[in-house]
Design a protein around this ligand. Structure first.
Ligand SMILES: [Zn+2]
Ligand SMILES: [Zn+2]
Length: 212
């Protein structure tokens, strides 16, 4: 598994390209590229690495994770658009929401594949298991590879912090419960790739995160 990290847009959002070395298949997790230069940077990486985009995979569909979805769906029309069904509202409301921030974004494409809890997403040889952890948004998913000891946590879990729960569909208690029961029990050495900020490990968060 190869992971390429980009930090994009006004919100410093992490976009990840996860690719399988042998098949050259990849998924783009949370396409936040907003500025033209960011879009080209991501596109050029995919072209230069000779990758085939299987899917656009959303941990959730907040604006900062979806700014580049229209661009990528247009550039790579074969890619499935994958997210939990509870996130559809953010796709529908994206333009209204972005205008509230004074940002003009392109309409993100509608979800073409609803991802369920525990579902396995295949990218060539790579298997990512969806873990449903609502509370930051109502359809938040994390993606876990036991083989590679990697978790993509979206805005659910950050280094020494957790996602906010005061936005539409947020629920603080659900978030704490979900992280405790579904994430902090993963193996110590699991490396956590967050939606914002640096990577961390499950061991580090279990021992030092002030919310637990
Ligand atoms: Zn978010
Ligand atoms: Zn975010």
């Amino acid at each position: 598994m190869l992971i390429k990290t980009f930090v994009f847009n006004h919100f410093g959002e992490n976009t990840y390209v996860v690719s399988d070395e042998n098949s050259r298949k990849c998924t783009i997790i949370d396409p936040g590229c907003f500025f033209e230069q960011e879009k080209q940077e991501l596109k050029n990486y995919i072209l230069n690495e000779n990758l085939q985009v299987e899917s656009i995979l959303f941990t959730h569909c907040h604006l900062d994770h979806a700014f580049g979805a229209n661009f990528l769906a247009t550039e790579f029309p074969q890619a499935k658009i994958c997210a939990h069904k509870n996130e559809e509202v953010f796709i529908t409301e994206a333009l209204n929401q972005s205008l509230r921030f004074g940002i003009n974004m392109e309409q993100p494409p509608h979800i073409t594949h609803y991802v369920n809890d525990s579902e396995i997403i295949h990218i060539g040889e790579i298997k990512l298991q969806a873990i449903f952890v609502p509370g930051h948004s109502a359809g938040s998913l994390c993606f876990y590879s036991a083989k590679d000891n990697i978790l993509f946590s979206g805005d659910v879990l950050f280094q020494s912090s957790i996602g906010r729960s005061d936005l539409l569909g947020g629920n603080h208690n659900l978030l704490i419960e979900g992280i405790t029961k579904k994430l902090l029990n993963l193996p110590n050495e699991t490396v956590v790739y967050c939606g914002h900020g640096p990577t961390t490990t499950i061991k580090n968060e279990r021992e030092t995160n002030p919310f637990f």
